[in-house]
Write a new protein. Structure first.
Lengths: 115, 114
């Protein structure tokens, strides 16, 4: 597609429920990143995909968080047994390659609110 | 290891006056550096990037940044602020070849007053 698409744009859930956030990157972009942005704070790196593999998942905060990418395209970030501290905007970005010189194109984000 | 520090969490200027948003970085190798802007309720947008060509980088909307290796700085400037410049600005450090995780600064919120 023309840009990075994320869904849902807003998600309100109850504590303890599982949620899935979806990212559809720009066609042809091999690198995909997930970031988390808590209210009033900067971006916190979660995970990086090159193709379908995740060579860097060092930012996932706990084993409740997981992500996968299929077909070198769509990625899903799953949060199990959500907690209130998981409330944040989850941003997905893609780039042509994983080089640190590549420009990231960001989606509009998925705002997660855990009650 | 890489890190980036944005020295001001909030900057307030009057319309028509210069803007200076300060950023210092730490990197064990020659970095790539970026500034991204986030307007309220909008996605992040690239302002400019430095990848070892000219040390003075010009971006969109009249912004520019100068890479100073001796000072490990990459400050963002604009000669004359406009009301539409009010936003959150992020300084970002990355590597060159191969995979390098991009590290975002904590952000600087720019307010522009009439």
């Amino acid at each position: 597609g023309a840009g990075v698409s994320q869904s849902p744009s807003n998600k309100v859930t109850e504590k303890g429920k599982d949620v899935e956030l979806r990212c559809d990157p720009i066609s042809g972009h091999t690198a995909l990143y997930w970031y988390r942005q808590r209210l009033g704070q900067g971006l916190e790196f979660l995970i990086y995909f090159q193709g379908n593999s995740a060579p860097d998942k060092s930012g996932l905060p706990s084993d409740r968080f997981s992500a996968e990418r299929t077909g070198g395209s769509v990625s899903t970030l799953t949060i199990q047994r959500t907690q209130q501290e998981d409330s944040a905007v989850y941003l997905c970005a893609s780039s042509l390659g994983g080089s640190g010189a590549n420009v990231l194109t960001f989606g509009a984000g998925s705002r997660l609110t855990v009650l | 290891a890489q890190s980036v520090t944005q020295l001001d969490s909030h900057v307030s200027v009057s319309e028509g006056t210069p803007v200076l948003l300060r950023c210092n970085y730490s990197s064990s190798y020659s970095p790539s550096l970026f500034w991204y802007v986030q307007h309220p309720n909008k996605g992040l947008q690239l302002l400019l990037k430095y990848t070892s060509a000219a040390t003075l980088v010009k971006g969109i909307n009249g912004f520019e940044a100068e890479f100073k290796k001796s000072e490990t700085s990459f400050h963002l400037t604009k000669p004359s602020a406009h009301m539409s410049d009010a936003a959150e600005y992020f300084c970002v450090v990355g590597g060159k070849g191969g995979y390098n995780k991009l590290i975002f600064g904590a952000g600087t919120r720019l307010a522009v007053h009439p």
